[in-house]
Design a protein around this ligand. Structure first.
Ligand SMILES: Nc1[nH]c(=O)nc2c1ncn2[C@H]1C[C@H](O)[C@@H](COP(=O)(O)OP(=O)(O)OP(=O)(O)O)O1
Length: 173
């Protein structure tokens, strides 16, 4: 008997960024509960019913670190194909022109990092493969294949804005 996998679960992840060049800093959060507990990541979560991805990104940013972004930019998509649980599709945003004060939430303990000192050893194992692309300002689609223990395949494609926009309505690898 063959079992059909459910469609991927949809998420956002948002990276607040300040400055540029060697002075560029990224706000990461140390996840305090649930998926990715104990790891540094951007802020984000599940797309709620009736919400657009942009709405979800604004909401998660505010809920998880107290910030509002006047310049929220959709920059990439991660297709996570997993042998051990449902697949995930994660829409990646950068957030600039930030308003408000950074606050710790139930879910995340935030901390600024300069981009040459990112805590890759304490992040999801594939972060080091695609964060540099995001931080360079490229638009991208990344695909990762995971077993329970490892990322066994990956591919990062640079795309244009039209392709990224198309993936908002037809999110498939
Ligand atoms: N392998 C992975 N690599 C990565 O870079 N980000 C991942 C990842 N797996 C999950 N994420 C991100 C997606 C999303 O931003 C976050 C997980 O979201 P959560 O499960 O915390 O969702 P919610 O904030 O909606 O949860 P609750 O409020 O606890 O229901 O982690």
């Amino acid at each position: 008997m063959t079992t059909t996998k459910p469609p991927p679960r949809l998420y956002t992840v948002i990276f607040p960024i300040e400055g540029s060049g060697s002075g560029q800093r990224v706000l990461l959060g140390l996840k305090k509960r649930g998926m990715g507990k104990g790891l540094w990541n951007g802020f984000g979560g599940k797309l709620e019913p009736g919400e657009t991805l942009d709405d979800c990104a604004h909401r998660e940013l505010q809920e998880e670190c107290g910030l509002e972004a006047k310049d929220l930019c959709y920059v990439g998509v991660l297709f996570m194909i997993c042998s051990h649980h449902d697949d995930l599709t994660i829409f990646v945003y950068t957030a600039r022109d930030l308003v408000g004060s950074v606050v710790e939430s139930d879910e995340m303990a935030p901390q600024w990092f300069t981009t040459d000192k990112l805590p890759y050893d304490g992040c999801h194992r594939e972060a080091r493969l695609w964060w540099p692309t995001m931080l360079n300002g490229s638009l991208f689609v990344a695909r990762f294949v995971f077993t329970q223990d490892d990322c066994i395949q990956h591919n990062i494609e640079h795309v244009d804005r039209a392709r990224l926009t198309q993936l908002l309505s037809q999110p498939g690898p």
